[in-house]
Design a protein around this ligand. Structure first.
Ligand SMILES: Cc1cc2nc3c(=O)[nH]c(=O)nc-3n(C[C@H](O)[C@H](O)[C@H](O)COP(=O)(O)O)c2cc1C
Ligand code: SF4
Ligand code: FES
Length: 637
């Protein structure tokens, strides 16, 4: 993959000749290169325009005008606009003069500054949909505008915040230089850690109760304890910086603003796990983050914080930055490992391929999220028990919650886990809804999390002062923002990405946007996921276009039910949960869009032509099926 990135950076695309050349150099078959180039969305087989623009089409951006950004760009550069206004993927389109090309891409991990686009490698935030083209034409001025460079944390912490990870970020005098980090006591915990025994550090992490911040919320100490202290094979540590879950945008920020905090967390973890090699797998769309990390690594090396004989401890560790290339599934830990090995990011089946047993190069491997690894430094500083006093039992510490969507002040908030309720987060921290709007629903943990409806009542078990448990009934506003409460409410805390939806939102439209994401991102290994995600998207798409049939909500649910639990990786659940929950919680809206009689209209390619011609069976166009688009208005191929 590094070679493919290099080639594309130099030549703009990876054509047939390039693939042959690369294959020959590596001693591979050309098909092995082709499968990579076609798997990873960032790699292109055809030349783009001189300026290539990637417009985010995912939910928070779509709600803020991302599709209008695309329209504006297409109109200004004389590019045929995408066939509809629903933000569906289309191939890269180049303007006639070859100067510009545009492409819809998935969540760029900056949902709080939606809508966003990338012009070349530069991220543009808070893009004005009506003048997006001007921004591209006058890039220099746009980059220096406050919207593009503003740091949402340059204001003091909200009184409900408790900052550990964000302690320094946003301070006026704060920079990413190692000298600045050292002035603030940086790398003191690494110095302390290398004098401790490995098991002491692992025990501290266990006692802290730290749960992974990447999505699953698995106990970090327990995961680490799967690595044997006398392990003979090489142990690897992987920092998961793939951050692709729609609604999540914290890891990029940590990397950009405080790379040494992450690096210190990684190095302490390497020492504790006896891992001499660590990789930071960073999303391909974070080129700046990759450069910042590489610089930080070199700075740390000059101080002997990494490399050989770290701080005279006899311990050696190297950290490498590895760029992904646009595939969401490479955030899943085994997909990530395959990708790191230079293959397509096809998740591995568990068991037997639990990373801690058979991970990178079939060696024991720990995969942890960026935020999780940052906490390690604070656990060493505070001690496990002290850290565990933050938050709630089984939900300890702080976590960064990312709020986007229909709120007045979207952004990042570091809270003590469970010390803030959903209502406090939305109304007090994120400024509440826009004037005149009411809360309709919340997706609380990234787009994979089941949606919570504003009118619902949730039955949660709560621990009383004396330790006894009682069941309480809560409104959405009263749900504590912690792992267990959100699970009990029927959803999950996931990656901490909270997407707020107000009463102006059409839930079929929202689900269709989410379904397009999953249909595009399924790796395709498992039939239920590959076919089901696309099928669900085709149904919601059809419903939006007025072609929904009465069976559709039921069919959607059946498809979701038949994906979840029947796939190699948890992407299956991630793509089924939105559909299952939206259809269940907003039945009237789905029924209103599903009015046509059964049997469902079938796509013409599955229907005998005579039936269509004799109009014995109703048909509606299937959106974006190339065969159908060529078929013309009458609907026969
Ligand atoms: C489809 C899918 C996508 C994922 N994407 C990410 C991601 O972008 N970043 C991340 O840290 N974890 C992601 N995860 C979770 C990882 O598989 C893994 O659990 C996590 O990196 C472990 O780190 P943690 O224990 O520190 O949370 C994803 C999981 C799935 C199923
Ligand atoms: S569940 Fe989906 S993403 Fe995961 S391995 Fe199967 S096809 Fe790939
Ligand atoms: S950056 Fe566009 S939805 Fe996340």
């Amino acid at each position: 993959m590094p070679l493919l990135h290099l080639w594309q950076e130099h030549f703009g695309f990876i054509g047939d000749d390039a693939m042959l050349w690369i294959a020959t150099k590596l001693g591979w078959q050309p098909i092995n290169i082709l499968e990579l180039v076609t798997f990873y969305p960032m790699f292109r087989q055809h030349p783009p325009g001189k300026t290539h623009i990637r417009v985010c089409r995912t939910l928070s951006c779509a709600m803020a005008g991302g599709f209008e950004v695309m329209e504006n760009l297409c109109t200004a550069f004389g590019i045929p606009p995408p066939p509809d206004r629903e933000g569906l993927h289309n191939p890269i389109t180049v303007s006639a003069d070859g100067n510009y090309s545009v492409e819809f891409v998935e969540c760029l991990a900056s949902c709080h500054t939606a809508p966003v686009c990338m012009v070349g490698e530069q991220l543009h935030e808070n893009v004005d949909p009506t003048s997006a083209a001007d921004l591209v034409r006058h890039r220099q001025s746009a980059r220096s505008s406050p919207a593009a460079t503003g740091n949402p944390h340059s204001h003091p912490p909200h009184p409900l915040e408790h900052r550990l990870i964000f302690q320094n970020i946003g301070r006026p005098d704060w920079t990413t230089d190692i000298d600045c980090y050292l002035r603030d006591g940086g790398y003191e915990q690494l110095k302390q850690a290398v004098t401790m025994s490995r098991s002491d550090i692992v025990n501290k992490v266990k006692n802290s109760g730290l749960r992974g911040r990447g999505g699953a919320g698995f106990s970090c100490g327990l995961k680490w304890s799967f690595i044997k202290l006398d392990e003979k094979r090489p142990v690897y540590l992987i920092c998961n910086a793939d951050e692709s879950e729609p609604g999540t945008f914290k890891d990029r920020y940590i990397i950009h603003e405080d790379p040494h905090q992450l690096l210190e967390g990684i190095l302490i973890s390497c020492y504790a796990l006896n891992a001499r090699t660590a990789y930071v797998y960073i999303r391909g769309e974070f080129p700046k983050g990759a450069k910042i990390l590489e610089r930080a690594i070199e700075e740390a090396r000059t101080h002997n914080f990494l490399g050989k004989n770290i701080l005279g401890s006899g311990f050696d560790a190297e950290v490498y930055v590895h760029r992904g290339a646009g595939a969401y599934i490479c955030g899943e830990e085994t997909g990530l490992i395959e990708s790191l090995e230079g293959k397509r990011g096809y998740p591995r089946i568990k068991p037997p391929y639990f990373p801690a047993v058979l991970g990178l190069y079939m060696c024991p491997t720990i995969v942890n999220n960026v935020e999780t690894l940052c906490h390690i430094k604070h656990i060493v500083a505070m001690g496990g028990a002290e850290y565990a006093r933050l938050g709630r039992p089984n939900n300890t510490g702080t976590r960064i919650v990312c709020v986007s969507g229909d709120v007045q002040r979207p952004g990042y908030f570091e809270i003590e886990v469970g010390a803030v309720t959903m209502g406090q987060l939305i109304y007090e921290m994120a400024g509440g809804l826009k004037p005149g709007r009411k809360l309709k629903a919340v997706i609380p943990g990234g787009s994979s999390a089941k949606v919570l409806c504003a009118d619902e009542r949730f039955k949660l078990k709560q621990r009383q002062a004396g330790g006894s448990m009682i069941e309480v009934e809560l409104s959405i506003d009263d749900i504590p923002m912690d792992f267990d409460s959100l699970t009990a409410a029927g959803s999950m805390a996931g990656s901490g990405g909270v997407i707020v939806l107000d009463d102006f939102r059409d839930m079929v439209w929202v689900l269709n946007n989410i379904n397009e994401f999953y249909a595009h991102e399924s790796c395709g290994q498992c039939t239920p996921c590959r076919e089901g995600s696309l099928w669900m998207k085709k149904i919601t798409d059809r419903m939006l276009r007025g072609g929904g049939v009465v069976e559709d909500p039921k069919t959607l649910k059946t498809i979701g039910d038949n994906i979840a639990g029947r796939t190699i990786c948890a992407f299956g659940e991630a793509c089924a949960w939105p559909t299952q929950s939206f259809v269940e919680k907003f039945p009237e809206e789905f029924a209103a869009r599903a009015q046509k009689p059964v049997p469902p209209p079938l796509p013409p390619e599955y229907t005998p032509e005579e039936l269509i011609e004799e109009e014995l069976i109703p048909t509606v166009p299937m959106a974006h099926d190339p065969g159908w688009e060529k078929a013309g208005a009458k609907g026969t191929i």
